[in-house]
Design a protein around this ligand. Structure first.
Ligand code: HGY
Ligand code: MN
Ligand code: MN
Length: 411
């Protein structure tokens, strides 16, 4: 059993710190899809990869891909990775930690004769911030990114425009596909919630990733004077949206395991003395069981319809994303549990309330995730943090997982 160099934990933390500096907004960590600072992140990691004897390329949608080839001819590939893009004003570990862990594990194993190749993936787009659709990066590996090329951002630029503008070629999407001989995909990620901290565990094995819907609701009424328009004559679009938002929170509070979030609200024309003639709000709704999520969504759309009608306001839904709940691979989970058990580490299983690239990769290969405790339960926030000893534990479990996998492949 190989033990990672104790200095590697600091290497991981330092790398996350360094990559946090490459932001498109001064004073915070914001790195949206194919923004210019992506190049600096790529350069930093490519330099590390080349020191590890890895070959690196950027694929058609901007994923960074570093390979450590096995000496065994036609060996299968194990993918290890996560995403390099962030939400606005993000923390330094969401996504980034999983990519850096990939390189750190290769550093630990350098020189070992593995019966499989390792490809570290730095996905270019998981959060969906710029185009409202998530997983552009990982979807390129499973062959479902093509249909996203025409999606436009608020400025009217399409994904295709962004790809070409960055100097990439959408015609090369086929070369971005994952190997037909994929052993599977392993993603390290911060938990981003309170579960592991409450359990007193540094690591957790993900059982499944919740299903989710992301959509925008658009309400259209009639703008008019805030002072002269009596209440009974109003067609207030924002009032209808507001009733919907309260209903979403009430239903989620009343439904075990359901979360519903309105993260964006817009009222037009957006003047204090004008009744909003138009209003839109986002909805992000998630649950471990798809039927519960579907029923809740249906109920909320009925509420939106009712509140709109009560004000002679029309309303429509603009769907952005629907992802089913995905269980993680049983064999890979067992290897993670076994590795943690051998190392005497607690290894609870938990559902991921956050979406991850693993749910996309699981559509084509065995996929598993190892969560690292979020001590303050904060994420999508600059105060995101990890404990050094939990990173050390994750490295030790990761190395043991790779050794066990080699034994199964080599068997
Ligand atoms: O929103 C999510 O679940 C993830 O952070 N992309
Ligand atoms: Mn995130
Ligand atoms: Mn993430």
């Amino acid at each position: 059993m190989i033990s990672p160099d104790p200095r590697l934990t600091q290497t991981v933390l330092d790398a996350c710190e360094s990559l946090a500096c490459y932001s498109e907004v001064a004073g915070e960590i914001t790195r949206t899809y194919l923004c210019p600072t992506t190049r600096q992140v790529h350069a930093h990691l490519t330099d590390w990869a080349s020191r590890l004897g890895m070959s690196t390329r950027v694929d058609a949608v901007g994923n960074l891909r570093s390979r450590l080839e096995s000496r065994v001819p036609d060996a299968p590939t194990l993918y290890i990775g996560s995403h390099l893009d962030t939400v606005p004003n993000a923390g330094r570990y969401d996504g980034i930690l999983g990519v850096v862990m990939g390189y750190a594990l290769v550093e630990t194993l350098a020189g070992q004769a593995l019966p499989y190749s390792i490809e570290v993936l730095g996905f270019s787009e998981e959060e969906g911030v710029r185009f409202g659709v998530s997983f552009i990066g990982s979807r390129a590996l499973v062959g479902t990114a093509e249909e996203l090329l025409s999606v436009q951002d608020k400025s009217g630029q399409s994904v295709q425009d962004a790809v070409v503008g960055y100097g990439l070629d959408p015609q090369e999407l086929l070369q971005a596909r994952a190997s037909g001989q994929a052993l599977g995909y392993l993603e390290f990620h911060i938990e981003q919630g309170p579960v592991l901290q409450n359990l007193g565990a540094g690591l957790g094995v993900v059982s499944a990733i919740v299903g989710q819907n992301r959509l925008t609701l658009e309400f259209t009424g009639q703008a008019s004077h805030a002072g002269t328009t009596p209440m009974y004559l109003r067609r207030d679009a924002l009032a209808a949206a507001a009733r919907f938002m309260v209903a979403a929170e009430d239903l989620a509070r009343a439904t075990p395991g359901l979360v519903a979030t309105v993260g964006m609200v817009e009222a037009r024309p957006g003047a204090g003395n004008v009744i909003p003639g138009a209003a839109s709000c986002s909805l992000d709704i998630r649950h471990e069981h798809d039927d519960v999520r579907a029923t809740a969504l249906q109920k909320l759309l009925e509420v939106a319809q009712h509140e709109a009608q009560a004000r002679q306001v029309s309303f429509r839904v603009v769907p952005h994303m629907t992802e089913a709940a995905i269980p993680m691979n049983t064999q890979f989970k067992a290897l993670l549990h076994q590795a943690a058990g051998e190392l005497g580490l607690p290894h609870p299983e938990l559902v991921s309330g956050a979406g991850h690239d693993a749910q996309i990769m699981a559509q084509q290969m065995p996929a598993a995730m190892l969560f690292v405790r979020s001590p303050n339960a904060l994420s999508h926030h600059p105060d995101e943090m990890v404990n050094a000893e939990d990173v050390t534990a994750a490295l030790r479990v990761g190395v043991r997982f790779l050794e066990q996998l080699a034994e199964t492949v080599g068997a």
